[in-house]
Ligand binder design. Structure first.
Ligand code: NAI
Length: 304
């Protein structure tokens, strides 16, 4: 018996409630996407008041879309009316799809889903936005692991079309199809993949970052030069140093470390000492005002 029984892999319709658990950067972005697609959306965060703050932040974002002429006022009104902050996980009971975007910690995610499974119905699809943990491992303790799937959005979720739909060892193929069709209906470009460390994008991108860091560590060229070379000639929109400043050096290093460990410390994924020092010094990138480059208030391009 699985969550997909009788559902035939059809998308979760816009009349059905979508719950987003964890309302930080990614949770807010994902909630915006589901909301604009027409779903009633319920937000929950374990930090008191955080879900209500997310409702306020999302409302402000919708207001900006109206100002820019990308959303009409009536649609904004309706969307705000469909958005609710839940004070208690019990309020997520009627969700047809729950997307989790909480802290990247296996034990915490496992505990959350074990609790959620006691609240939601058996046909509710449970999804994780994890970027580096095993979807199979997160589902390990579930009563109905077939209903569990990875839905890996990219930051910023409202702007970037790609979503990796990750099937774990126990994921029911119909559930993966439901998840795929649902995000496709949201205007995203989903791709399917199996549960391997880093999935597709975060794995393929590892050597891009690692090799650039090695070029720098060998003293062959500085970050600004390497970035410029890749932008001007490689056709990349951003070089590896400015891109990791945008992602966050701490986040980027943690994903590298996780992929490296998962592949039994394969040397091609070895984390960089220079990046470790940067993280230790608090130079996390744009969010801390300084990473490989410094980000003066209002600066157009980063200063080395
Ligand atoms: P964040 O730190 O901005 O937000 C996490 C939120 O989860 C916080 O508001 C926190 O209070 C809440 N939370 C923590 N434990 C909770 C629990 N047990 N129950 C309910 N809420 C809880 O984190 P961010 O960046 O949004 O990342 C969330 C997830 O998305 C992580 O798994 C991360 O790996 C993944 N991800 C992050 C991307 C990024 O660029 N930041 C990109 C793609 C995936």
């Amino acid at each position: 018996e699985t969550a997909a029984e009788g559902q035939d892999g059809a998308a979760v319709g816009p009349d059905r409630t979508v719950a987003v658990v964890g309302t930080g950067t990614m949770g807010q972005g994902i909630a915006q996407v589901a909301l604009v697609a027409g779903h009633p959306v319920r937000l929950y965060d374990s930090a008191p008041g955080r879900a209500a703050e997310a409702v306020a932040a999302l409302t402000a974002r919708l207001d900006r879309l109206v100002e820019k002429g990308r959303l009409d006022a009536a649609a904004r009104e309706a969307a705000v009316g469909r958005l609710h902050a839940a004070e208690d996980p019990a309020e997520l009971a009627d969700a047809a799809l729950v997307i989790e975007a909480i802290v990247e910690d296996l034990a915490v995610k496992q505990r959350l889903f074990a609790d959620l499974e006691k609240i939601v119905g058996d046909d509710t699809v449970l999804a994780t936005n994890t970027s580096s943990l095993s979807v199979t491992a997160i589902a390990g303790g579930l009563r109905l692991p077939g209903r569990f799937v990875g839905l890996h959005f990219f930051n910023p979720a409202p702007l970037l079309p790609l979503v990796e739909v990750v099937s774990g060892f126990a994921t029911d193929p119909d559930v993966a199809t439901r998840a795929y069709e649902t995000v496709k209906g949201w205007g995203k470009t989903p791709v399917r993949c199996a549960d391997t460390p880093g999935f597709i994008v975060n794995r393929v991108a590892r050597p891009f970052y690692a090799e650039a860091l090695r070029v720098f560590e060998e003293g062959a060229a500085d970050p600004a030069t390497i970035d410029a070379a890749l932008r001007e000639c490689g056709g990349f929109r951003m070089g590896p140093f400015e891109l990791t400043d945008l992602i966050g050096q701490d986040v980027n290093e943690a994903v590298t470390r996780s992929v490296w460990e998962s592949f039994h410390q394969d040397p091609k994924f070895t984390p960089s000492l220079a990046q470790r020092r940067l993280v230790e010094s608090g130079r996390l990138g744009r969010k801390s005002g300084h990473g490989w480059f410094s980000y003066a208030e209002g600066a157009e391009r980063p200063e080395p």
